[in-house]
Design a protein around this ligand. Structure first.
Ligand SMILES: Nc1ncnc2c1ncn2[C@@H]1O[C@H](COP(=O)(O)OP(=O)(O)OP(=O)(O)O)[C@@H](O)[C@H]1O
Length: 317
C-alpha cells in the first residue's frame, strides 16, 4: 500500500518498490494544537530485517506506526507498506476474555475478520497457537496464562493470516523478565521464518540484541538508521590496558602503530585497529610493562545515541 499526502489528499496505493517492506518519505504528523509528533520521517525497512524503531517515550514511534496502519492520517509526506492484509500488527494489546481459553479467544478474534473464511478458522487458529508455542496451553483459560503467554497470544492474534510484515509496538512493555525473554525469542523465530518484523522499543539493549537494523528517533525526528553493525561501526573499538607503568605502555602501543593513544593514571587506551590483543599483550609484557588488565571496548548503540543526541537513554534490557 502506498499513500502520498500533500495537503491531506491520499494519492493511490501500491506496495513499496524494490526490497523494502516499509518506505516513508517526509512523513509528518502535526496534531491539532500544533504538536509535531513525527517530523519529515524517511524510513527504509528492508524485507527480512528485524527493524528496531528506537526512541524514548513521546518520540513519535506510536504515531508513526498508527500512520503506517492507516489509523492516523499524516499531515504530509508519503509512505508505502506491503499490502495491509499481509501485515500483522500489535499496537494496543487486544482485549481477551479472561474466562475463555486461548484457543476460544483466538476463534473470536478470527471471527471478527470479515475477510477470513470461516471454514478454515480452526486451522488458522491452531497454526497461530503453534507458531507462538501455545498449542499445549490452547485449552487453558486466559486468566491462568503468565504475562509472557498473554503477550504471545496477542502476537498469535496478529499472525492469524499469512504475514509478510509484523508490526509490534513496544511488545515487551510491562512484561516480567521471563515474559520479555519469551517475546524476544519469539520475534527472532518469526523473523527466521522470513517475516519482516518492525518493532518499536524504548530500550537500547533490547534493540541491540534482537534487531538486525535500527532507526533512532528523538522528538519526532530520525537521528540515524541502518544495520546495527553500521550504527556501531561509526566508532572504532578501543583497547584498554590497566597498568602502573602507564607511560611505558603508551610508548609501546605508539611504537606498534596504534593511534589515538590516551594515558590517564593507571589506564592507557588506544584505537585497536587491526591489531590482535594477544600480540599487544605479549609486546607489553616483553617491554617490562606490568599488565593488570587488558580489554577491548566496543562502542554500544547507547554511546552512538549519546554521541548523536547528547542525551542519555534507558538502556535496560
Ligand atoms: N492524539 C494526539 N493528540 C495530540 N498529541 C498527541 C496525540 N498522540 C500523540 N501525541 C503527542 O505526540 C508525541 C509523540 O507521541 P507518540 O505516542 O507517537 O510517541 P512514542 O514514541 O510512541 O511514545 P510512547 O512510547 O510513550 O507511546 C507526544 O508528544 C504525544 O504527546
Amino acid at each position: 500500500m502506498s499513500v502520498t499526502l500533500e495537503a491531506g489528499a491520499p494519492s493511490g496505493a501500491s506496495p513499496p518498490a524494490g526490497d523494502d517492506a516499509i518506505v516513508t518519505e517526509g512523513l509528518t504528523k502535526r496534531f491539532k494544537g500544533g504538536q509535531v509528533a513525527v517530523d519529515a520521517l524517511d524510513l527504509a525497512v528492508p524485507r527480512g530485517s528485524v527493524y528496531g524503531f528506537l526512541g524514548p517515550n513521546g518520540s513519535g514511534k506510536t504515531t508513526t506506526i498508527r500512520m503506517l496502519l492507516g489509523l492516523v492520517t499524516p499531515t504530509s509526506g508519503s509512505y508505502s507498506v506491503v499490502p495491509l492484509p499481509r501485515v500483522g500488527a500489535l499496537v494496543e494489546g487486544p482485549a481477551f476474555y479472561p474466562y475463555l481459553s486461548g484457543e476460544a479467544n483466538l476463534m473470536r478474534y478470527d471471527a471478527a475478520d470479515p475477510t477470513a473464511p470461516r471454514r478454515t478458522a480452526r486451522t488458522r487458529v491452531a497454526a497461530a497457537l503453534d507458531r507462538v508455542g501455545l498449542s499445549a496451553a490452547a485449552a487453558k483459560r486466559y486468566r491462568h496464562y503468565s504475562l509472557g503467554m498473554r503477550q504471545r497470544l496477542a502476537i498469535a492474534a496478529a499472525l492469524l493470516g499469512p504475514r509478510e510484515l509484523l508490526i509490534l509496538d513496544e511488545p515487551t512493555n510491562g512484561l516480567d523478565p521471563q515474559g520479555t525473554r519469551e517475546v524476544r525469542s519469539l520475534v527472532k523465530e518469526i523473523a527466521a521464518d522470513g517475516t519482516t518484523v518492525f518493532v518499536s522499543s524504548h530500550l537500547l539493549g533490547e534493540v541491540e540484541h534482537m534487531c538486525t537494523h535500527a532507526a533512532i528517533m528523538r522528538a519526532g525526528r530520525l537521528v540515524a538508521q541502518g544495520t546495527i553493525a553500521s550504527l556501531n561501526g561509526g566508532r572504532a573499538p578501543r583497547v584498554r590496558v590497566e597498568t602502573p607503568d602507564g607511560a611505558d605502555a603508551a610508548r609501546v602501543l605508539r611504537g606498534l602503530g596504534l593511534s589515538a593513544v590516551a594515558h590517564d593514571g593507571h589506564e592507557v587506551s588506544a584505537d585497536l585497529g587491526g591489531h590482535a590483543t594477544e600480540r599487544l599483550n605479549a609486546s607489553l609484557v616483553e617491554a617490562g610493562v606490568a599488565v593488570r588488565g587488558l580489554s577491548v571496548v566496543r562502542p554500544s548503540l547507547e554511546e552512538v545515541f549519546v554521541g548523536l543526541t547528547g542525551e542519555g537513554f534507558d538502556v535496560e534490557g
